[in-house]
Design a protein around this ligand. Structure first.
Ligand SMILES: [Zn+2]
Ligand SMILES: [Zn+2]
Length: 74
């Protein structure tokens, strides 16, 4: 069987007869299995780190702000 790279994710190999890899097929059908269904709040400043226990800013950003005095306190 011939294999090609999945044109969507460019990561997984798929049988040439198939259009997309299984993961992309699942994602496109809205049934992604490896996606965490829990909705996390993300830090609005870096938009990368999760917020814990109702925090409004992640630890890293908070540290940054404490160090960087040129930032005005909001
Ligand atoms: Zn894919
Ligand atoms: Zn942050």
């Amino acid at each position: 069987m011939k294999y090609k790279k999945c044109p969507r994710c460019n990561l997984n190999y798929v049988v040439e007869a198939q259009n997309f890899c299984e993961i992309c097929q699942l994602e496109m059908s809205g049934k992604s299995t490896n996606f965490d269904p829990i909705e996390w709040d993300f830090c609005p400043f870096c938009e990368k780190n999760r917020l814990e226990n109702g925090e409004e800013i992640c630890k890293k950003c908070r540290e940054k702000r404490q160090k960087n005095t040129s930032f005005d306190d909001i």
